[in-house]
Design a protein. Structure first.
Length: 248
């Protein structure tokens, strides 16, 4: 009797001991299956590219591949990070914004930048467009008129390992004559018309992509021929922040 009783008690203890073990196993599986914040952003990044960019006609495989890997959430303020992959622009402070993902993809494709190109960007903003372009080009020079954004973009780009991007605080209307001419130029803010200095800094055979207009804006592609003449093609209506002028 005693033996039987002890055995029964041991079985009861064994069953009770299994409960936390089973709970731990089940809980462990649940934890393993729950996506981490990094995984959540990666999943949303892939959806952004397929649904917002590729589905709307951006086909360049390099552009699509790069936009699947660059962490857009790290180029926006923490307060709007949950919206980083949504289909609209987001504020980045100082009256500026990061462009809608589709527009970033489209402008990058239209620029048609190559590994041997030197590129000028007007309007660094948070640095996201620069990060995308840096994977496509040899050298990227970017001008930002807002000092705080210029400094923040430098820190973000450096921390993520984008080494071929040089950012400086300055007035995009003045260009970057020390580094000109450029194979490609891209504007991420809209001037009423394309500054002449930027057209002069564009190499023959080069290309410029920009939103242009006061009030009504259009995204345009400017091609410069070997003899220095330019032709302009309008792509689609857009809405960008105005391109600011510096003070003397």
């Amino acid at each position: 009797m005693t033996h039987t009783k002890c055995l029964a008690s041991g079985q009861a203890r064994s069953r009770h001991a299994l409960v936390p073990v089973l709970f731990a196993l089940i809980f462990g599986v649940a934890v393993a299956q729950a996506p981490s914040p990094v995984d959540q952003y990666r999943s949303r990044r892939l959806i952004m590219v397929s649904d917002q960019i590729e589905a709307r006609g951006v086909r360049n495989p390099e552009v699509l591949a790069i936009m699947r890997t660059v962490p857009r959430e790290l180029f926006v303020p923490e307060s709007v990070r949950p919206q980083a992959y949504d289909d609209y622009p987001l504020p980045i402070g100082f009256g500026q914004s990061i462009s809608q993902p589709f527009i970033v993809g489209l402008m990058t494709e239209l620029l048609d930048a190559k590994k041997n190109h030197r590129v000028l960007e007007i309007g660094t903003g948070s640095g996201y467009q620069a990060a995308i372009l840096s994977r496509l080009v040899g050298e990227l020079y970017s001008i930002e008129i807002v000092p705080e954004l210029a400094r923040s973009a430098v820190e973000t780009l450096r921390s993520l390992g984008f080494r071929n991007v040089t950012v400086r605080e300055g007035d995009g209307y003045r260009g970057w004559p020390e580094k000109a001419p450029f194979d490609r130029i891209i504007l991420t803010a809209a001037p009423p018309e394309i500054p002449q200095v930027l057209l002069e800094e564009l190499k023959p055979g080069g290309r410029l992509v920009a939103p242009v207009g006061a009030g009504v804006q259009n995204l345009v592609v400017v091609q410069k021929s070997a003899d220095g003449k330019t032709t302009t093609q309008s792509v689609l209506p857009v809405r960008f922040v105005p391109m600011k002028r510096g003070t003397e």
